[in-house]
Ligand binder design. Structure first.
Ligand SMILES: [Zn+2]
Ligand SMILES: [Zn+2]
Ligand SMILES: [Zn+2]
Length: 140
């Protein structure tokens, strides 16, 4: 785990502070499940909001994590695939949001959105979220 954390931070030119290592470890341990600020704060040794905010911003800027927003407007982050860089995210995938428990995961398979924005409009982010019940909640 430790070596994977170091490798990822170095690959994305991020300073290896103890706090960053701790946050990244949570993302790796989440295995494709997106984490909200609240999820992270609950698991961190020393959940300083400002430091966490800056860390997430730096991780997103450098292509280490990406945003997944559900229809309720809650922002969550998930670990990027290794081909994302500081200059370009390649997360052309949808997310699944469970309406019962709030669990949000990255979905495999590329998403091609054919909707065209009108002339003069600029798309900053494609954000496709499928909603429903996860396997655990659906079985209950
Ligand atoms: Zn990415
Ligand atoms: Zn669920
Ligand atoms: Zn994702």
């Amino acid at each position: 785990m430790e070596s994977e954390i170091i490798r990822r931070l170095e690959a994305h030119q991020l300073r290896k502070t103890a706090f960053r290592k701790e946050v990244l470890e949570l993302f790796i341990a989440a295995k494709g499940v997106a984490l909200s600020n609240q999820d992270l704060e609950g698991q961190l040794e020393n959940p300083d909001r400002i430091t966490l905010y800056r860390t997430l911003k730096a991780f997103e800027d450098k292509g280490l994590i990406h945003l997944a927003v559900d229809s309720g407007g809650v922002s969550r982050y998930a670990l990027c695939s290794s081909d994302c860089t500081a200059h370009a995210h390649h997360d052309q995938h949808a997310h699944f949001h469970c309406l019962e428990c709030g669990k949000t995961i990255c979905l495999e398979g590329e998403v091609v959105i054919r909707a065209k924005a009108p002339e003069g409009y600029e798309v900053a982010r494609e954000n496709l979220v499928l909603e429903g019940t996860c396997a655990k909640c659906g079985a209950a």
